[in-house]
Every structure is written in C-alpha cells, then in structure tokens.
Design a protein around this ligand. Structure first.
Ligand SMILES: [Zn+2]
Length: 213
C-alpha cells in the first residue's frame, strides 16, 4: 500500500499548513462546536460523545487510506472523489433541514484526483471491462475527468471553501487537510485570511444557484 511521506516534511505542503498540536490552535469560530470535537478526536484520540442532535456534516474524499474517527449518530457524511461537494448541494440542503450547522471539508495529500489524466486510460478500461462500448467509455471519461480533476489539493480545497461559503451563507465551513501518513489534521494557512473575506450579503445570487450542476 502506498503511504505518502508526512506533510510536515513534504516540500509541497509544509509551508502551507498549520499543524493542530493543541486545542488552543483551533480557530475561535470553531471552539465549542462539533468541529472542535472532530479535530480533537482525530488528532488526540478524544472520545466523541453523541448528543443525539446531529449538527455536523463531513465532506471528504473517497480515499481508502483515510478512515473517519466518528461514531454513529454523530455526523452526516458525503464522500466524493477529491472531497469537493459540487453537484451534491441538494444533499447539503437536506442535512441543513435536519439540523446541520457545521461543515467540515477535508482535503488530503496524494489525492488521485490530482492524477486523473494519467489514470484515465485505466479508468476507460475499467468501464470497457463492465461492457461499455470503448468509444462511449472514452468519451464519458474525458468529460468526467475534466469535471473531477484538480491541479493541487490545497488550491482545490481553497476554491471549494470560497464557493461553498458563497452558496451557503449561514453554514460554518471548516476547511481541513489530513495527512495520509499519520491521519493528523492540519489547517491551511490561507484559512485565516479567507475567513475574513466571507460574503457579507445574506442573499445568494440567483445565477450562482442556476449554474449548479
Ligand atoms: Zn482524494
């Protein structure tokens, strides 16, 4: 099994992430919320106690090298390639109707979606093996690859954070990054700045909603 090096010693990530080494490093806005409990469970093994009131939605990648540290009755979960929820806004809306107030979105290092184009031929072959016509499989994969591909895991997380906070103006969104080497959570350095620039207007532009996939 391919486990990447720790992000703290990886040139690609080490300058861009803040390791959460104590409770004090958790941003003020996340304290005393299920976001804090989630980080403490993941990084320090604190037990999560379910109150029976589900206020947290977790969005992360389908990645098999990452297992969520949550018990039942604690959180809704959306797992999609790359962890971005674009195209799953209805699912988010449903969880909001059920009492969700916080969204934790987790990117990770060595994401397969940053290598979609190099993996495309084997994905095409997988569809062909399922009985798909080769030409149709090729066409489908090329269309989907452009939708799913990301250049850089942290940049993709940032763009999705900005997009989501525009689409859902009252939801508290916490962008996190998990290191596949040791499953520790980090906070992207750009978060502090981006969090100051959240849209002030409570009304979401109609065009933004109409253009959702
Ligand atoms: Zn991934």
């Amino acid at each position: 099994m391919n486990i990447p090096p720790p992000v703290r010693s990886d040139d690609k990530y080490k300058e861009s992430l803040i390791e959460v080494r104590s409770r004090e490093e958790i941003p003020e806005a996340w304290r005393d919320t299920p976001i804090e409990s989630f980080i403490m469970a993941q990084n320090f093994g604190w037990p999560i106690v379910s109150t029976g009131k589900v206020e947290l939605l977790i969005a992360t990648c389908i990645e098999f090298r990452y297992a969520l540290p949550v018990p039942r009755m604690y959180a809704y979960v959306i797992r999609r390639a790359s962890g971005r929820v674009i195209g799953s806004e209805f699912s988010v809306g449903y969880t909001l109707s059920q009492g969700v107030k916080y969204l934790v979105m987790i990117g990770h290092n060595d994401c397969g979606m940053s290598k979609v184009y190099e993996k495309a031929p084997s994905v095409v072959q997988a569809f062909i093996d399922q009985g798909w016509d080769p030409e149709i499989a090729e066409e489908y994969v090329s269309k989907q690859a452009s939708r799913h591909a990301i250049n850089d895991e942290l940049d993709a997380l940032q763009a999705e954070y900005i997009r989501l906070t525009n689409v859902f103006r009252k939801l508290t969104v916490a962008p996190l990054f998990v290191c596949l080497h040791d499953s520790k959570l980090y906070i992207p350095k750009w978060y502090a700045e981006e969090a100051k620039n959240l849209p002030q207007d409570s009304k979401v532009p109609t065009e933004l909603i109409k253009n959702l996939p």
